[in-house]
Design a protein around this ligand. Structure first.
Ligand code: NAD
Length: 488
């Protein structure tokens, strides 16, 4: 592993679009500034793709598909494995780059390199495990063959909060399945994807198989791609509001879609829980990524008899958090991504306080360069507060007391979202009842972090469609064919 200065690292990141195996400027030479949210300074200026570049990327992904889809799965898997190995060698560089463009503490960026890298390793193994079926039909009049085929060129749109992992979680299964792709990273954090595309090039991904379209005009470049009849799949991670718009556009071409959307995770603590573990889980589920995770616990639903003790203990922990630039040591609270994020946290906390919540610590923006908000704990948050309806996406822990198990279930499910839930109880039967009753695609039972490349990640209700990771993840990029043949 190499130690590298910030300026040297930024100098190594390509500043161009990656289309058809070439690094090129945008068709009209327009550019996009990338800033460090901990200072507000521009750290790099890169190409900003246009609708004409989108068409060129679509041409490249389409032209590369026949050869890539016919490449043996073992060969595709080995390229992914090489990418995994290269990422391990460069983990310090990727970690620092994510901290610079997104702001999270370096230790968390390293954790993301590990998590994001696992998708490369997992799908390098899954590439060769795409199976079909062959057998007599029930009537005995013929043979049925069920086979799997890559869907074709894909368009992948990723958010800013996990710049590497959200990209590898889509790119790895797409390549393993034999698909070509265009990836459009978020305009706020495009550098990690560019740096990763260069790594994929070195790992042996052929020209045109992976194309990167950085842009400040997401709508302008996405529309022509989504309406192009050569596109076969749209995979999106981001907000539910944007997901709904993209689903409407995808309907025109009856495009296959995967949607990883917003969350509003309940974190339920029963009075029989191991409180030390619940507090530990709460800190991880809330403050990881400075609260900016779709899996972040949004509502802490705590049994009334222990709610005060829980609030006291989490407040004690939160008051010790270091605040600063993610590159500094002992920092938990880095910057939020931008001014809008600070404004949102401010609005939600102010609304909760107006409705009678108790402010235990924090509660306002931090007066310093960059976009910082204090780590905050609110207790006795009143039903009807906006903070219980909306995704906070910031370091604010909101506690709602409950009395009975039935109340906990009702409050936890009282949201249109259904991504993940967390439950802390030492009663096995109660834990099993919660598995059956909570309306979420994922659940942490006595743990505060659930994500794993080997697990199917995805939501119920308005949190999305489809799964990423696990044995399921590759099927998002495969389509099924059934063939009937006469008996031999
Ligand atoms: P966002 O929806 O604003 O943007 C996501 C991506 O979509 C970005 O690349 C953006 O440039 C692009 N985009 C925005 N409008 C578009 C349009 N009209 N057409 C095409 N592309 C468009 O979300 P964000 O602020 O980047 O990310 C935060 C959201 O993502 C949160 O809601 C979070 O819960 C969600 N998220 C979900 C998961 C998951 O797996 N379920 C993971 C991470 C983040």
């Amino acid at each position: 592993m190499t130690e590298i200065s910030e300026s040297e690292l930024l100098g190594r990141v390509p500043a161009a679009l990656f289309i058809g195996g070439e690094w090129r400027s945008s068709s009209d030479n327009s550019t996009l500034d990338v800033t460090d949210p901990s200072t507000g300074d521009v750290i790099k200026t890169i190409a900003s793709g246009t609708p004409a570049d989108a068409k060129a990327a679509m041409d490249a992904a389409s032209a590369a598909f026949p050869e890539w889809s016919a490449t043996p799965a073992r060969v595709r898997g080995e390229i992914l494995r090489r990418a995994f190995d290269l990422l391990q060698e460069r983990s310090n560089e990727f970690a620092l780059l994510m901290t610079l463009e997104m702001g999270k503490p370096l230790a968390e960026s390293r954790g993301e390199v590990t998590y994001g890298g696992e998708f490369l390793r997992w799908f390098s193994e899954e590439a060769v495990r795409v199976h079909g079926r062959y057998g007599a039909n029930p009537e005995g009049t013929g043979r049925m063959i069920v086979s799997q085929h890559p869907v074709g060129p894909c368009y992948l749109i990723t958010p800013w909060n996990f710049p590497l992992a959200m990209a590898t979680r889509k790119i790895a299964p797409a390549l393993a399945a034999g698909c070509t792709l265009i990836i459009k990273p978020a305009e706020l954090t495009p550098l990690t994807t560019l740096f990763f595309a260069r790594l994929l090039e070195e790992a042996g991904v052929p020209a045109g198989v992976v194309n990167v379209l950085t842009t400040s005009d997401s709508v302008g470049v996405s529309e022509p791609i989504i309406s192009d009849s050569r596109l076969r799949k749209l995979s999106f991670t981001g907000s539910t509001a944007v997901g709904q718009k993209l689903l409407a556009q995808a309907a025109g071409g009856v495009l296959r879609t995967s949607m990883e959307l917003g969350g509003n995770a309940p974190f339920v603590v029963f009075d029989d829980a191991d409180l030390d573990k619940a507090v530990e889980g709460a800190i991880a589920a809330k403050f990881r990524n400075i609260g900016q995770a779709c899996t972040a616990a949004n509502r802490f639903i705590v049994q009334r008899s222990i709610a005060e003790e829980f609030a006291r203990r989490v407040t004690e922990r939160v008051q010790k958090f270091g605040v600063g630039r993610g590159t500094e040591s002992d920092v938990t609270i880095g910057p939020l991504i931008d001014d809008r994020a600070v404004a949102k946290a401010t609005r939600l906390v102010d609304d909760a306080l107006e409705r009678g919540a108790d402010l235990r610590t924090g509660g306002k923006a931090i007066d310093r360069a960059g976009t910082f908000y204090e780590a905050t704990v609110l207790s006795d948050v009143a039903a009807g507060s906006e903070i219980l309806r909306e995704e906070i996406f910031g370091p604010v822990l909101a506690i709602v007391p409950f009395d009975t198990e039935a109340d906990a279930v009702r409050i936890a499910n009282d949201t249109e979202f259904g991504l993940v839930s967390y439950v802390f109880t030492q009663d096995l039967a109660r834990g099993q009842r919660m598995i059956e009753k909570l309306e979420t695609g994922m659940m942490g039972l006595n743990v505060g972090v659930v994500s794993n490349a080997a697990a199917p990640f995805g939501g119920w209700k308005m949190s999305g469609l489809g799964r990423e990771g696990g044995a399921e993840g590759i099927h998002e990029y495969l389509q099924t064919k059934y063939t009937l043949t006469p008996n031999p």
